[in-house]
Design a protein around this ligand. Structure first.
Ligand code: DP6
Length: 344
C-alpha cells in the first residue's frame, strides 16, 4: 500500500532573488563530451564582468500549475523549456514538485554573444538554492549551473575563474573555481556591439555541429591543456602580454574550428573583423589591449585600466559599431532583495 507523503514545500510560497554577471572566456569552452549532463571536452578560463547583469527572482508557489518565465517584463515561452529544466534540477534536489514563476531582467541585449545564458542560469541557481533552502556548496551550485548552460558554471564566481573539464562520468568534478579576485588585477573590458539581433545558431547547436563535422576537433581538444597552463601562469604573474597572446590564440582557434564545420559557422560580420584589426593596431602602437569573440558578432576588447578610454574611443570610431559598453571585472553571483529586481 502506498501513502501519499506531504510535499515538503507545498505548505508555502518560497521565493528569493539573485544577481549574476556574464563572464567572458579567455580560454574558450567549445564542445561537449556528454550532452545530457552538459560536460565539456575541454577546461576553460574566464573573467566575470561587473556592470552588465542579470537579476532573477524565483517564486515556488503551490497555486501554480505550470512554470512561468518572464524576461525583461515579457512572457518568454521560447526560453521556458530551458528554464523549466533548470527548475527541475533544483526541485529534484529539494524533493518537491511545486511549480515556479521566474522573472529575469538583463541590462544588456539578450542572445547576441554577451553570455546572457551564463548570467541568467547562475542567477537562477543562486536564487533557487536560497528559495528552497538547499544549502548547496558553491561547487554544487556551479555544477547545477553548468547543467543548464556550460558557461553559467563560471558566473557563480567573480574575477578570474577556471572551469575544470573533469574526468568523472557523472560530472561531479566538472565545476568552476575562482582563481584571482577582480581587485587583484582590475582589467577593463570594452564591448563593441556590432549587431543587436539574436544570433542565428546558438552555442549549443554550434558546438555540437562542430564536434560532428569539423576536421579540427581533435587538434582543438589536444591543445587546450597547454593553453590553459599558459593562461593560468599569465594570470598569476599579471603578465598582460602573455595573457593577450594566449587569449587571442584561443579565440581565433575556436572560430577556425567552427568555421571548418559543415555548414561552416561564421559568427562575425564586417565590423567584427574591423574591430579585430583595430585592436591589433592599438596593441602594435603600445596600448595594452587584446580582443576576444564568442558565438556572436560582438568584440570584447580586454585592456589595462589606463588604456580603456582610448580603446573605447577607437571602437566607437569603427564603422558598423552600434554601441560601446565599458565594464570592469566583477564579483560572484549573490542574493539580492526582490525589490531590487528591475532597478537600474
Ligand atoms: C563561445 O555556455 O552558451 O561563449 O553549455 O551549450 O549552454 P551551452 O553553451 P554556452 O557556450 C559558451 C561558448 C562560448 C565560449 C565560452 O564561454 O567559454
Amino acid at each position: 500500500m502506498s501513502v501519499a507523503l506531504p510535499d515538503a514545500a507545498a505548505a508555502e510560497v518560497r521565493q528569493a532573488a539573485a544577481q549574476a554577471q556574464p563572464n567572458i572566456a579567455l580560454i574558450k569552452y567549445w564542445g561537449k563530451r556528454d550532452i545530457a549532463l552538459n560536460l565539456p571536452v575541454v577546461g576553460s578560463l574566464s573573467i566575470t564582468l561587473d556592470s552588465l547583469w542579470t537579476r532573477t527572482s524565483v517564486r515556488f508557489d503551490v497555486a501554480l500549475d505550470q512554470d512561468e518565465f518572464r524576461l525583461n517584463g515579457r512572457r518568454d515561452d521560447a526560453q521556458l523549456r530551458r528554464v523549466a529544466k533548470c527548475l527541475d534540477l533544483l526541485r529534484a534536489r529539494a524533493g518537491t514538485q511545486v511549480r515556479a514563476r521566474v522573472e529575469s531582467h538583463n541590462n544588456f541585449p539578450t542572445g547576441a554573444g554577451l553570455a546572457s545564458s551564463a548570467s541568467g542560469f547562475a542567477a537562477l541557481i543562486v536564487a533557487g538554492n536560497a528559495a528552497l533552502d538547499l544549502d548547496l556548496s558553491l561547487a554544487e551550485q556551479s555544477i547545477l549551473a553548468r547543467r543548464c548552460s556550460g558557461s553559467a558554471a563560471r558566473s557563480i564566481f567573480g574575477g578570474f575563474v577556471e572551469w575544470t573539464c573533469g574526468a568523472c562520468e557523472d560530472g561531479s568534478d566538472s565545476f568552476a573555481t575562482p582563481m584571482l579576485d577582480a581587485s587583484a588585477w582590475p582589467l577593463r573590458v570594452v564591448v563593441a556591439i556590432t549587431s543587436k539581433k539574436e544570433k542565428a545558431i546558438g552555442s549549443t547547436e554550434g558546438m555540437n555541429r562542430t564536434a560532428e563535422t569539423s576536421p579540427y576537433q581533435r587538434a582543438w581538444v589536444d591543445g587546450q591543456e597547454a593553453d590553459l597552463a599558459i593562461a593560468r601562469a599569465a594570470v598569476q604573474a599579471r603578465d598582460f602580454e602573455k595573457l593577450a597572446d594566449i587569449s587571442e590564440h584561443s579565440c581565433l582557434k575556436m572560430h577556425a574550428l567552427a568555421l571548418a564545420a559543415q555548414p561552416g559557422l561564421l559568427y562575425w560580420n564586417a565590423a567584427t573583423m574591423d574591430c579585430m584589426h583595430r585592436v591589433r593596431a592599438l596593441r602594435a602602437s603600445g596600448l595594452p589591449v587584446f580582443f576576444t569573440i564568442d558565438a556572436g558578432p560582438q568584440v570584447k576588447a580586454v585592456c589595462e585600466p589606463q588604456a580603456a578610454a582610448a580603446v573605447a574611443a577607437a571602437m566607437r570610431d569603427v564603422p558598423g559599431v552600434l554601441d560601446v559598453v565599458e565594464t570592469g571585472l566583477g564579483g560572484a553571483a549573490r542574493l539580492i532583495e526582490i525589490n531590487e529586481l528591475a532597478a537600474a
